[in-house]
Design a protein around this ligand. Structure first.
Ligand SMILES: [Zn+2]
Length: 173
């Protein structure tokens, strides 16, 4: 994929911390499939949603993902705004479950799976930010990011596809 010029501008490069994150992410394989399907079916618009799971000293354990409406209709091809009502509904449904919202995913239609300055402005420390790159309607790449300790840049987070349910001992099957 040809990377748009702006991804090589100082403004874009400044939001990337070249050192990898000290924590990693383990994610249920079905959750990756969901994000990829939504990113393809939403193309050429950006899709977005929430990561559900737990956080421990090793990092993020994602058991499932939920798609949330992108309210930015004016610039849906390169911006997203999570529907706050959707966020609140998911948050409420998780109370007492032992799981919580631990991150936000979104897609980059015809752009690399790298965060933009706008993504940095909206990022929360402690959250995981997977970005799904979609090229001409097909999945190109999925990469995980988190805010570094200084709070000003994104660090790359390795994402391992593994059955989180079995590992955590919670009920599945
Ligand atoms: Zn983005």
């Amino acid at each position: 994929m040809n990377e748009p010029e702006r991804f090589r501008s100082p403004e874009y490069l400044n939001v990337l911390d070249p050192s990898p994150a000290s924590q990693a992410c383990q994610i249920e394989p079905s959750a990756i499939q969901c994000m990829q399907q939504w990113a393809e079916s939403g193309y050429p618009n950006e899709i977005c949603g929430l990561l559900i799971g737990t956080i421990n000293t090793q990092g993020w354990l994602i058991s499932k993902v939920v798609q949330i409406d992108n309210l930015n209709h004016a610039r849906a091809s390169d911006r997203f705004q999570l529907d706050p009502a959707g966020y609140q509904a998911v948050d409420k449904s998780l109370r007492g479950s032992g799981e919580e919202i631990i991150g936000v995913f979104h897609s980059h239609p015809d752009c690399p799976a790298k965060p933009s300055p706008t993504d940095m402005e909206n990022a929360w420390e402690g959250f995981l930010y997977p970005i799904i790159s979609v090229h001409q309607g097909k999945i190109h790449e999925l990469r995980g990011w988190c805010v570094n300790d200084a709070g000003k840049q994104f660090q790359s987070v390795p994402m391992q596809s593994i059955s989180v349910h079995l590992q955590s001992g919670s009920t599945s099957v």
